[in-house]
Write a protein that binds this ligand. Structure first.
Ligand SMILES: Cc1cc2nc3c(=O)[nH]c(=O)nc-3n(C[C@H](O)[C@H](O)[C@H](O)COP(=O)(O)O)c2cc1C
Length: 317
């Protein structure tokens, strides 16, 4: 499976896990998920009611979960989950320089694996030694420019950039420049807006601009006290593996948020197979790495990314 497909399924799994946890906090019990490896065939559909043939044509069946209403629990669980989910965000600013407490890191490794994360075969490693962190920073400096210099990849990334609060409100997704770089002055904002346009990027790649951006990212990675690597046990994850991996990631990120830690994924450098396998070898990671992130105590507040209304992606069929 191509890396961008894996990343898409991981994102779906993360969303699904958050949804199941919110439903569980309101008394809904989830059955075991049924995954559609290669599509849920209509004939094999186990439940009455709408069948895959009745679904919107643009949908690709991924997984189905049956929910039962149980006794409603008290409001505390949902309140706590909402507080953590709202506090969770990608923080791309520098982190506090001191080491992250080992007890906090150990706590992040002890996840129960409920809901969609049940049975997830995911390895989580924390890189805290100077040598490992320097190896990742060197890797980022060498390879992170690839996305900026790849025309189609950059055009796709650029399509998610939003340039005003009005655009953010209208689209309800993507990221603003201040969410990528922290608060920016007007001239800084204008300069980046021009430099990042796909046409400018095509010209600037001939003068090494993607390499400069990669080195800037590496500069941020280098002093980060810890890095998280998540990997699938085997080299060829199924759709179920990828979705469960995403669910595990959602649990991990919420748990990190609860203990005051921030993440900033730099997983884009895992998109290309050759550099990814080289990094797996260097860090002795068995299986396939799918998530690489900075981890630390935030030194500053970071702007929240645009969010859609909670019920926007839900459809009744
Ligand atoms: C699996 C996965 C990999 C990601 N990789 C990157 C990455 O390499 N670089 C990046 O800037 N954002 C990456 N992101 C996106 C951001 O972390 C973030 O989720 C997005 O910008 C929305 O912001 P929020 O986390 O504050 O809600 C990744 C997200 C996921 C789920």
């Amino acid at each position: 499976m191509a890396a961008h497909q894996v990343e898409m399924l991981v994102s779906c799994g993360a969303y699904g896990q958050l949804l199941l946890r919110a439903l569980a906090a309101q008394g809904w019990r989830a059955g075991a998920p049924r995954f559609a490896e290669g599509g849920l065939a209509d004939a094999a559909w186990p439940w009455p009611g709408a069948r895959p043939a009745d679904w919107p044509r643009s949908w690709t069946p991924l997984c189905a979960i049956r929910l039962h209403q149980g006794p409603p629990p008290g409001p505390d669980g949902l309140r706590a989950l909402r507080t953590t989910a709202e506090a969770r965000r990608t923080n791309r600013a520098p982190y506090r320089p001191g080491a992250v407490e080992p007890s906090l890191l150990d706590g992040l490794l002890e996840q129960g694996g409920t809901g969609l994360a049940h049975g997830a075969d995911v390895r989580v490693r924390h890189l805290t030694s100077g040598a490992d962190r320097a190896a990742v920073a060197d890797f980022v400096a060498r390879h992170a420019g690839r996305d900026f210099s790849h025309r189609a990849a950059w055009r796709e990334t650029h399509s998610y950039l939003r340039f005003s609060e009005a655009e953010v409100a209208a689209r309800g997704d993507g990221f603003t420049l201040s969410q990528l770089f922290g608060p920016l002055s007007w001239p800084q904002e204008r300069a980046r807006r021009i430099a990042f346009a796909p046409l400018t990027m095509r010209l600037l790649r001939h003068v090494g601009y993607p390499g400069l951006l990669a080195r800037q990212l590496a500069h941020l990675v280098r002093p980060t006290p810890a890095l998280t690597v998540m990997s699938f046990a085997g080299p060829r994850p199924s759709r179920a593996d990828a979705v469960k991996g995403g669910a595990r990631l959602a649990d991990y990120w919420l748990c990190a948020t609860e203990v005051g830690l921030a993440l900033h994924p730099v997983s884009a450098v895992l998109q290309h197979e050759d550099p990814r396998t080289a990094l797996e070898d260097r860090l002795r990671i068995p299986g396939r790495a799918f998530f690489l992130s900075r981890l630390g105590h935030p030194a500053t507040e970071f702007p929240r990314s645009p969010r859609r209304p909670a019920d926007a992606p839900l459809r009744t069929i």
